[in-house]
Each structure stands twice: as C-alpha cells, then as structure tokens.
Design a binder for this molecule. Sequence first.
Ligand code: HAM
Length: 421
Amino acid sequence: MYQAPRGTADILPEEQPYWYHIEKKAREICSLFGYKQIKTPVFEDVGLFNRSVGEGTDLMDKEIYVFEDRGNNKLALMPEGTAGVCRAYVEHGMQNLPQPVKVFYITPIFRYDRPQAGRYRLHYQFGCEAIGDGSPAVDSEIIDLLWNFYRSLGLTDIRLVMNSIGCRTCRPVYLEKLVNHYRSNTGAICQDCKTRLEKNPMRLLDCKNESCQPIAETAPKSIDYLCEDCRKHLADLEKYLGILGIPYTINHRLVRGLDYYTRTVFEVQPANNRSQSSIGGGGRYDHLVEAVGGKPAPAAGFAAGIERIILNMKEQGITVPDIPSPRVYCACMGEAAADLALHLASELRKAGVGTILASANRSLKAQLRHANSTGAEYTVIIGEDEVTNGTAVLRDMKDAGQVTMALDELKKTLIDRCASR
Ligand code: HAM
C-alpha cells in the first residue's frame, strides 16, 4: 500500500477549519495593510535559487529538490518564496509601478529536511514582500503585519527576536572579527563549524552543538560593527517598534539560514521555546532583485509556517470556528423519490440553502444516521407516498418533531429559514 512520502502529510477535512481560518486571517490582515496576492510557479529554474538563497547554505546544499524535466531543463521545487516573487517583480516590470510593491502569498514549500514535529519536507508558508523601498518604516510595517496576524489568531505567547547583520560596507569588517575569534578557538569547535568557517562564517553563530556554545556566546556582535547608515536604520526601526508597542529583543546570534539578508533579520518564536522552531521569520534583502537580474530595489519581507502556527494554536488551546456545513439533509426511498429529491436539492442550493443529498441506495435508517452525523438542522424525507401526494416530511433535527408539507411550501419554508443569501 502506498503512503504519503516521508515528511509530508495529508491535510484531511477535519483539519481544514484551522487552515481555512488562518488563511482567512492572513487575507484580512493583508487587505488591511494593502498587500495584494501573488502566485508564482512551484518550480523555477534552479539557477534562480543558486543566485538568491546562496550556494553554501543548507537549503541549497542539502535541502533543495532538483529535477530535470523532459526538455532537459534543470528545475527546482520552490524551497522558499522570496526568490520567485523577486523574479516576477523583474520579469513583469513592476519596478515601473509606484514603490514599494506589496504582495503576499500562501504557497507550498519543499525542503529535504530531517522530518520531526513541526519540520516537514512539504510545508506551507504565508509570506509578504515589500519591494522597492529601503526605509526602516518598511521593516517595521512588515513586522507589524506579522505580529498582528499572530494576534488575530489569538497567539499571544510569542516573542520577536531581531538582529542587524549589516550591509556590504560594514559586514566584511565584522566577518573578519568573527572569523578571527573562531580561528583562535578552532580546537574547540565542531566539524560543521570548521566547514562554516571556510564557507559561510555568518552561520557559525547558528550552531546548536554543545561544544560550540561558549565560543558563539563570546563571539563579536554584528551590531557593534554597523556602519553609520546601518546603525541609523536599526535605531529608526527600534523607534517605530516602540511607537507600535511591539516588544522585541536583540539576539546577536540570529543570522537566518538564507544568504540574501542585509541589515534587519527577525524571527517570531513561541515564548515557551519548547521546540527550536520559529513560527515566522524574515528581514531585509536589499540586493536580491539585482541578483536575479533587475535594477537595484531594496526590499523586506517575512514568511510564516502554517503547520507550526497550527501546532502552537493547539498547544495554547486555541480553537477555531467550524466551516459552515449544509443545514438541510435530503433523504429519499425509491427511484421516483430520488428524482424528486435531486430536483428539490438543486432548487434549494440555487436559492442558497446548503443541502446534502443522500445516496438513495442506502436504507432510510442509514440515511437518517448519516443526516445526524452531518449536523444538519433539517431533514427532508421523501418516500413513495410522498411522491404520490406531492408532499414531503420535514423533520426538525433538534427535537425530532416532523410535519408533512406540500413540496412547494416545504421548499419556501426552508429557503426562508436557511438561505444564506
Ligand atoms: P524561513 O525562516 O526559511 O524563511 O521559513 C519561514 C518559516 O517557514 C519558518 O519560520 C517556519 O515557520 C516555516 N518553516 C521553515 N522550514 C520548515 C519546515 N521544514 N517545516 C515546517 N515549517 C517550516 C524563508 O523562507 C524566507 N523566504 C522568509 C522571507 C520572506 N524573508 C524575506 N521575505
């Protein structure tokens, strides 16, 4: 028997109320902030990700799904959403629109990760990008949107951590200090960090290995080496977050796993920190549009993992409304009754009354049991007698009281009571 591939999950109907609710809240908050939806392909030329996410990152070295199609094109399943949005921004000349261009997406993301709770090979992200504006007001808007999105879901037990990793001017100075610090401690660091030291030193600070913690903790901090512009950018962002009343802490070890970030990086984590996992993260990426072939366009954005949000909502006991289901159930016995039921259900649905039509080949008892399990408020029962008389039985499921009515009258009654429009 086949099973869903490792690290993926079927999202069954009973889970859908969480997805429906979260996506609804995401759309609502985006509409409040003026972000419009974009959909980009779930696969792109692999080169796009090499140039943006960066070779030497875990995402590119270990996690990206790459394949060659029948036309010998080397493609990759989207390992994150930002690169595709930047490609679309350039391809469709969005630089000519009023800046910044503000978009959001809800998309599947593919990463060959080691599966565990909250870590999947296929997960879904809600993300926002504001492209074409370098001002710290954009960073604060992106954070504000994300923060209020979580609040609208009732997720209050969360914290925002932030850092500035500088820009092309000041980062090289910082990296030299960082590398020197690690070089003088090479004996004590893990094998992975030895590789990071050569390939991607910023990631040294991210190491979870016990033996590397003292070295990472005592490492020089990027915020101490920021140039004047980066320092001002961070100070302004902090001022705006103060005005917005959004609490945060600066964590000098927050560097993020993608290479395109400049200046601001941030993550939102569950306050209890039981799992290492962030429920959202992002930052500024001022050179990504150039990297994918556009004119320079500074930008900032975030993405939030929907499965992790659901895990945290459940852990915090947050429930969501049910997706409305049909209020009428139509049961029938015999072929003529089934034809009548089909017509009635169709008329009711056209009038905006949600109606479940029973499978006529099941016994009436089974149909009524099914009616109960659907949560319908009314059941219509059409049998052979009713066909002859042009009537039907209307049962109120709350008190099991029932009346026989002419079909037209019954239809009108149900439309009056149950029509949603
Ligand atoms: P990221 O931090 O790699 O950032 O992913 C964003 C969020 O996706 C994470 O905070 C987490 O909630 C969720 N996530 C990541 N990996 C997994 C996984 N294997 N299983 C379940 N959930 C996961 C980005 O992808 C950037 N593109 C964000 C961004 C947008 N930066 C600027 N704009």
